[in-house]
Design a binder for this molecule. Structure first.
Ligand code: ATP
Ligand code: MG
Length: 283
């Protein structure tokens, strides 16, 4: 079968997590900062290291079969690609932000104002939908300093913590879109067996990340109360212990309600709770 190519960011915010995800999928490859292409030794795949802006078009044109890139970049480049999997990292929002001291109180107040951004396409669509006519000033970087320099009245930029806005005397004003890293594919590869195999591996890694493996001991008379709190992949395993009236329960629980669940389990009589990370969950 033909060797696939996957494009990931060469350096920047998505590089490390993209490399980590592929390695966790069991793919062996060298990650030299100097190389632009790296073969995978145990899967018919080559990794291309690119500027994130170039990834959507490379995938659309079939130069790469797959890519890992932020949704914001895909929407800005308006490419025709398939969304194959959301990846849960690189989360951020594209927001309009305004100077702390300003007279902009509602979206309508942006009419006739200048907004600096590196995302003119997404911003243009948003303003059109809201019926606002602003002057979009496209600049290539350091958007957050433009109001201070008198270049614009507002900005539209990516925000994760809001720290950069704050240190430039700006505050978030309106949400334009939220974004995370996604796996995309060129239109022709969706049904390719190797692509399907890779998606399955990625899903098993993502699932494992959201889940913890838990082992606990409980006295038999508390077992029903403990089991009532546990979902498990199918159902929890209950294993007898040397001591007659005790059992061990093995199960998995979702990361998101982990601490609530653990304190409920303790109240229900669980003891000696051991929690372990999971590498993969294959359903
Ligand atoms: P490249 O050199 O590859 O063009 P870049 O400088 O354009 O990189 P980065 O700043 O590395 O891009 O961001 C890559 C992606 O990370 C963004 O497109 C976005 O999807 C995501 N991201 C997550 N949080 C943030 C944030 N706080 N600011 C900017 N991007 C973020
Ligand atoms: Mg870029």
């Amino acid at each position: 079968m033909k060797t696939l190519k996957i494009a990931i960011q060469k350096s920047g915010r998505l590089n490390e997590k993209s490399v980590e995800l592929l390695k966790n999928c069991g793919l062996n490859f060298e990650n030299y900062k100097s190389s632009l292409i790296s073969p995978v030794s145990n899967f018919p795949l080559e990794i291309l290291f690119l500027r994130d802006d170039d990834i959507p078009e490379y995938v659309q044109d079939g130069i790469a079969d797959l890519g890992i890139v932020g949704e914001n970049v895909i929407q800005e480049t308006e490419v025709e690609v398939s969304y194959l999997q959301r990846l849960g990292f690189g989360k951020c929002s594209l927001k309009i932000a305004v100077p702390n001291n300003n007279d902009i109180a509602s979206l309508a107040d942006l009419n006739g104002k200048a907004i600096a951004t590196t995302y003119p396409v997404i911003l243009g669509k948003f303003l059109k939908k809201e019926g606002i006519q602003s002057d979009i000033r496209t600049i290539s970087g350091s958007v957050e300093i433009s109001p201070g320099l008198g270049l614009s009245d507002a900005i539209c930029d990516l925000v994760s913590t809001g720290g950069t806005l704050k240190s430039n005397g700006l505050k978030p004003f309106a949400d334009v879109m939220s974004s995370e890293a996604v796996l995309i594919g060129s239109k022709s590869v969706e049904n390719n067996d190797l692509v399907q195999e890779l998606i399955q591996r990625i899903q098993s890694v993502l699932r494992a990340k959201e889940t913890k493996y838990v082992v606990l001991n409980v006295q038999k008379y508390n077992l029903d109360a403990v089991l009532a709190l546990l979902p498990g992949v199918k159902s929890p395993s209950v294993i007898p212990l040397a001591e007659d009236n005790w059992v061990a329960v093995h199960t998995v629980i979702p990361e998101r309600d982990f601490w609530d669940r653990i304190s409920q389990l303790k109240q229900a009589g669980a003891q000696g709770i051991v929690v372990m990370p999971i590498e993969k969950i294959i359903l």
